[in-house]
Design a protein around this ligand. Structure first.
Ligand SMILES: C[S@@+](CC[C@H](N)C(=O)[O-])C[C@H]1O[C@@H](n2cnc3c(N)ncnc32)[C@H](O)[C@@H]1O
Length: 370
């Protein structure tokens, strides 16, 4: 049932998550949005005395959990109901694979956000469910207890949630991160992370956090600076080049009746393209000029790159334009792009369904090439 955002946790991710938990002294574990309970077996395998309390909206899931784990508590309820019948500050551990989705920001959800987080979203009409699940889980945890939560990259690395992460990781301690490869979840393409958050104030936001990269069954250990998870990475300088994307859909471009560059399947990667345009430029369209590097931002051929060899052309919103003013920097970029493009795209494409690459990712790349 993909419609309910029921992207169940894969076995390998569940076992990896469990193996990184300290469950020796855990008696009670909360799992909100428990689904089919993929996280229960791996945790019980480590400590059979742990009693789970699961909550899920879907009665079929709850019924199956009651049948499979009759000694645990299973509630068919809305985990985000402010009146959910659970005790605050009670659980020794919480694990959660929340729905990856936006929901309308109701008054009920504003109460969940509470004083600490409300100001971040006071201009929003929608909110990510994962944000509410994280806050809700922490509310039910004992002081010092850990939440292990699976989140898509939007929650961990988007600019729009930078303030949320800043407040979250200043109030609670991010103790480690697992960076999971694509397809760690059945039926979703999302790149995901497991965040281990302890209900205790961090000693300092200048600390580094263990960062495990899980790929093809292997784990590589690294570390990141806690503060790097909320400093807006788009503050990198963009001296020496201009980058922007088109603003019109291909339909709007087509209606204009003039040539335009779009994420066409037929263009050859790293080739020159030529368009014959001789009409007046329109103010409400974006144009690329001779020498500009045009990159497919979305679609099946994401990352496909061409160089404009004619005077100018309109670009659609599926294309990013890179215009270098610094010749050396352009050369460095093209050298890098010719050899590492595919690897870079697979590490930097975002989005749960439609994959895309962001301008900020390019800014980060170019700043690393200086
Ligand atoms: C992404 S799945 C989680 C799967 C599960 N954690 C696992 O590992 O197998 C999301 C689950 O959340 C449930 N769900 C969605 N919104 C919910 C809510 N507000 N309260 C409780 N459960 C919810 C769905 O029914 C679904 O089973």
């Amino acid at each position: 049932m993909v419609e309910l955002n029921q992207y169940y946790t894969s076995e390998s991710t569940s076992f990896l998550l469990a193996s990184m938990l300290d469950v020796e002294n855990v008696h009670s574990c909360l799992e909100l949005s428990a689904g089919k309970g993929a996280l229960i077996d791996p945790i019980k395998a480590l400590n059979d005395n742990i009693r789970f309390t699961t909550v899920d909206l879907d009665g079929n899931n709850t019924d199956k959990l009651i049948e499979k784990y009759p000694d645990d508590i299973h509630m068919c309820s809305d985990a985000l109901d402010i009146n959910l019948n659970l005790e605050a500050n009670y659980f020794d551990l919480a694990v959660c694979n929340p729905p990856f989705t936006y929901i309308d920001l109701s008054d009920n959800y504003k109460s969940i956000l509470g004083q600490d987080f409300n100001f971040i979203f006071n201009k929003s009409s929608k909110i990510r469910a994962e944000v509410l699940f994280i806050i809700r889980n922490l509310f039910f945890l004992k002081e010092g207890a850990t939440l292990a939560v699976i989140v898509p990259d939007f929650i961990f690395s988007s600019y729009s949630l930078s303030k949320f992460r800043e407040v979250l990781f200043s109030r609670f301690t991010l103790t480690k991160v697992i960076d999971c490869e694509y397809k760690s979840f059945k039926k979703t393409e999302a790149k995901t992370y497991v965040l281990f958050i302890k209900k205790i104030e961090p000693v300092s936001v200048d600390n580094s956090v263990p960062y495990f990269v899980f790929s093809s069954g292997n784990i590589k250990k690294d570390k990141i600076l806690l503060s790097s998870t909320f400093i807006k990475k788009n503050k990198v300088d963009n001296i020496g080049y201009t980058i922007f994307r088109g603003i019109n859909s291909s339909k709007e471009c087509r209606l204009l009746g003039e040539p335009f560059h779009h994420n066409y399947a037929h263009v050859k990667d790293l080739s020159n393209v030529y368009y014959f345009s001789n009409s007046e430029k329109k103010t409400n369209f974006k144009y690329a000029f001779r020498g500009d590097i045009l990159i497919h931002r979305v679609g099946r051929n994401i990352g496909r790159t061409v160089i404009l060899d004619s005077e100018y052309v309109i670009i659609s919103d599926c294309v990013i334009v890179l215009r270098f003013h610094n010749v050396e920097l352009k050369k460095s970029f093209l050298d890098y792009w010719a050899s590492k493009k595919n690897e870079w795209i697979s590490n930097n494409q975002k989005g749960t369904c439609a994959k895309n690459i962001s301008i900020n990712s390019f800014k980060n790349l170019i700043s690393s090439l200086r």
